[in-house]
Design a protein around this ligand. Structure first.
Ligand code: FEO
Ligand code: CA
Ligand code: CA
Ligand code: CA
Length: 629
C-alpha cells in the first residue's frame, strides 16, 4: 500500500508530553489513566511489533460476537436490564411501560466509559449513551396506535445510563448494585452554562430563564475529562423535532423539517418547533455528566458550540489548557476544537472544582484545511469569536451566543473545510497526533467538491485523517495533516472502493479510540441498507480492528452479530478487559423493525428472549494477560 510519510517533525515518543496531573485526578477516570501509562506500556509492546492475536477471518460473520482464539466475551448490560445487575426488567415482547423503561437501561448503546478509583481497580462506574430508537422494537406493537404513553416510553429509552460494575474472578465484569446508578433521559432536568446560558435564543414559555432544559437525547459518542466527568454528545437531535411548512434558514441549516421521524411532536408540543421555536436551540450541545454524584444535574456546555456533535475528545494543551475535539457528523460538515481560557490545575480536587470553569470560558475553533494539491498539507484552527472573521451583526451574528447556537453558519462564514462526515476523534496518548474517522459521503464530488483531505468522489468506504498539531501541542492554532488510510475492499469492483488498507480491510470507520499503549481501536458502522451489498458485498456484519499507527497495520479483532454496528470502547486500568457496545443488532434497512417479526435479522444476544437487544459487552483473555498485544 502507499504509506504516507509525515514530515521529519512527526513526533516520536521522546517528544511525548505527559500532562501534570495529580495522582488523585489521574486515577479518577480510566480515560485519564491513559495519560500516565502511555509510555511504559507502549515500550513493552514495542513500536511496530505485531499484534499477538490472530485476525478473525472474514468468513466468521454470524449472528454472534466472534473474537480471536484465546479470548472470551460476555454481555454486561443490555437494553431493558435493571441497573442493579439483577437481569432483564422487561419482557421479551416489550410490553413494559414508560415508567418501567425509565428505570432500565435504554436502547441503542453508543459511546461509553469506565470510571475507576486507584484503590479499587476492579470496581467502577460504567457510563453509556443510548443514541436513538427503533420504535418497531421498543413497543410491543410498534407504532400502531401511537400515543402519549409510547412517546413517554421513547423518551425514557434514550439518554445516558450510569451503573456500578465489578470484575469477576474469571475475568469478565458484571453490573452490581450501588448508590450512584441512574438514568438520564429526555426528561431529566439539565443545567445550561457558558455564553448561551439564559440567552433569548434558549428561552421558552416553559423556561423563561433559558437555564433549565429537560433532558438530553441523540447521545452518540463522548469524552472523559481529567477531573472525572463524562461528556455526552447530542448528535442527530433534529429528527426528534417537527415543523410544518418551511423552516428558517438557520433551522434548515441544522436539519429541521416537516418529517418528525420519531413523532414526539404528536403528543408533546415541546417538539413542535412551529409552536416552540427556541426549544430546538436547547439541543445539539455537549453535556457534562458527573457520574460520581447521583444528584448532580447534567449541564449543557454551550461554549463548545451547537451542531451534531460526535465525540468530545479531551486532551491537555502543553500549557495545561483543556482541549476538546468534536466532529459534526453530516455530509460536508466540519471538525471543531474548543480550547479553554484557563489552565487545568491538578492541585485542585477532582470534580466540582473544575465543574463550570474550564468548559465555560474558552474559544471554539473550526478546521480550515489548505487544499494545496499535495498529499499532506497545512491547516488552521479558525476561532469562532463574535466580532472576528466576519462574525458580526451585519452578517447576522448578534453576539457570541448567536455564534455558538448557529455554529455551522459561523463555520460557513469563516470558510471551514467540509469533510466526509466526521465521526469519532482519537488523540494519541503521548504525541500530538489526532485521528478523525470520516465515515463516508455519497455527496462528495456532487454537492461538495473533492479536496485534498477528502480525496475520493462518492466516498462510499470512508477514510481516516491524521492531524499533527503544530509543535506537538493540542493547544496549537495550526496543524499539518495527511490521509492516514483510505478504507476499502481490495477486491471491490470499482477502483475507488478498493482503498489502501494495510492488513485487514474495512469500510465506514466510525468508533475510533486510542488505548493507553497507543493501539488505535477502529470500529465500523456500515448502515443496514449497505451491508452485504455493492462495495460491501463481502462485509455482512460490522467489525472492530486494532491498528498500529506506526506500521499502519489494521488487524480484525472482532465481528459483531447481524445488523449491528460496533461502537464505544473503553478498557480497565490494567488493560486486561476491553469494553465495547453492540448497537442495534438486527436493525433493518428502514431502521424500524416489524414488531411482528423482531428477530427476522438477529436474535442476539439471547435467542430465547424474543427480541434482539443492544448491549455493553466485556472481552478478556483466558490467560488473563493484556488485551490486544
Ligand atoms: Fe451517531 Fe455519527 O454516529
Ligand atoms: Ca457514530
Ligand atoms: Ca455512523
Ligand atoms: Ca448505526
Amino acid at each position: 500500500m502507499k504509506r504516507v510519510q509525515l514530515p521529519a517533525s512527526n513526533p516520536t515518543l521522546k517528544d511525548g508530553f505527559v500532562p501534570p496531573l495529580s495522582r488523585r485526578a489521574l486515577f479518577k477516570a480510566a480515560g485519564a489513566i491513559a495519560l500516565l501509562q502511555a509510555i511504559p506500556a507502549w515500550a513493552r509492546k514495542g513500536a511496530g511489533a505485531p499484534f499477538s492475536f490472530s485476525s478473525v477471518p472474514l468468513s466468521e460473520q454470524a449472528d454472534t460476537v466472534v473474537v480471536p482464539p484465546g479470548y472470551r466475551w460476555r454481555v454486561m448490560a443490555a437494553w431493558g436490564d435493571r441497573l442493579d445487575g439483577s437481569g432483564a426488567g422487561m419482557p421479551g415482547n416489550a410490553s413494559h411501560s414508560a415508567a418501567e423503561q425509565a428505570a432500565l437501561f435504554g436502547m441503542h448503546h453508543d459511546g461509553c466509559a469506565l470510571f475507576t478509583a486507584a484503590d479499587l481497580p476492579d470496581r467502577g462506574l460504567w457510563v453509556t449513551n443510548h443514541e436513538y430508537l427503533d420504535d418497531g422494537l421498543l413497543h410491543r406493537d410498534g407504532t400502531a396506535g401511537w400515543s402519549a404513553e409510547k412517546v413517554a416510553k421513547a423518551q425514557a429509552a434514550v439518554g445516558v445510563s450510569v451503573c456500578h460494575v465489578q470484575k469477576r474472578a474469571e475475568g469478565g465484569w458484571v453490573v452490581v448494585p450501588g448508590p450512584l446508578a441512574r438514568r438520564v433521559t429526555a426528561t431529566t432536568p439539565c443545567g445550561v452554562s457558558g455564553p448561551a446560558a439564559g440567552h433569548a435564543l434558549l428561552q421558552t414559555a416553559a423556561d423563561p430563564t433559558g437555564e433549565r432544559i429537560l433532558g438530553t437525547f441523540a447521545n452518540c459518542a463522548m469524552g472523559v475529562t481529567p477531573w472525572g466527568t463524562y461528556l455526552t454528545c447530542e448528535e442527530n437531535f433534529d429528527r426528534y423535532f417537527y415543523k410544518s411548512g418551511k423552516p428558517s434558514a438557520a433551522e434548515a441549516r441544522i436539519g429541521l423539517d416537516d418529517k418528525g421521524l420519531f413523532r414526539w411532536h404528536e403528543h408533546d408540543t415541546r417538539f413542535d418547533a412551529g409552536n416552540n421555536p427556541d426549544e430546538f436551540h436547547r439541543f445539539g450541545w455537549v453535556v457534562e455528566v458527573d457520574p460520581h454524584d447521583v444528584n448532580a444535574p447534567p449541564v449543557k456546555r454551550t461554549a463548545l458550540g451547537r451542531f451534531k456533535h460526535e465525540s468530545a475528545t479531551v486532551k491537555l494543551a502543553r500549557d495545561g489548557r483543556v482541549v476538546v475535539y468534536s466532529g459534526d457528523d453530516q455530509k460536508g460538515e466540519y471538525i471543531y476544537k474548543f480550547v479553554s481560557r484557563d489552565l487545568y490545575d491538578a492541585r485542585l480536587k477532582v470534580g466540582r472544582a473544575h465543574w463550570g470553569r474550564l468548559l465555560d470560558e474558552g474559544t471554539l475553533h473550526v478546521a480550515r484545511i489548505r487544499d494545496d494539491g499535495v498529499w499532506y498539507g497545512d491547516g488552521e484552527w479558525v476561532p469562532l469569536v463574535w466580532g472576528q472573521n466576519g462574525l458580526t451583526p451585519e452578517k447576522g451574528f448578534a453576539d457570541q451566543a448567536a455564534v455558538l447556537v448557529h455554529a455551522r453558519m459561523a463555520a460557513d462564514a469563516v470558510g471551514a473545510t467540509p469533510m466526509d462526515r466526521p465521526e469519532w476523534i482519537a488523540a494519541h496518548p503521548s504525541s500530538g497526533e489526532v485521528y478523525v474517522s470520516l465515515t463516508n459521503n455519497s455527496e462528495r464530488g456532487k454537492k461538495v467538491a473533492v479536496n485534498g483531505a477528502n480525496p475520493r468522489p462518492n466516498n462510499a468506504m470512508g477514510h481516516i485523517l491524521r492531524i499533527l498539531e503544530q509543535d506537538n501541542d493540542a493547544g496549537a492554532t495550526s496543524f499539518r495533516w495527511s490521509v492516514f488510510v483510505n478504507a476499502g475492499d481490495p477486491e471491490a469492483k470499482a477502483p475507488e472502493h478498493r482503498g489502501n488498507v494495510n492488513g485487514d480491510w474495512f469500510g465506514s470507520p466510525d468508533g475510533l479510540w486510542f488505548d493507553p499503549r497507543g493501539i488505535l481501536w477502529t470500529q465500523t458502522d456500515v448502515s443496514a441498507d449497505k451491508l452485504g451489498q455493492g462495495p460491501y458485498a463481502r462485509m455482512t456484519n460490522n467489525m472492530m480492528f486494532a491498528c498500529d499507527t506506526e506500521t499502519g497495520e489494521f488487524r480484525r479483532f472482532l465481528i459483531g452479530p447481524k445488523g449491528c454496528e460496533i461502537t464505544g470502547v473503553a478498557m480497565s486500568p490494567d488493560l486486561r478487559t476491553l469494553f465495547i457496545n453492540i448497537q442495534h443488532p438486527g436493525e433493518s434497512p428502514t431502521e424500524r423493525l416489524d414488531p411482528a417479526r423482531p428477530t427476522a435479522i438477529s436474535s442476539w444476544p439471547d435467542p430465547a428472549f424474543g427480541r434482539p437487544r443492544s448491549a455493553s459487552i466485556c472481552i478478556w483473555r483466558e490467560d488473563g494477560a493484556e488485551v490486544g498485544v
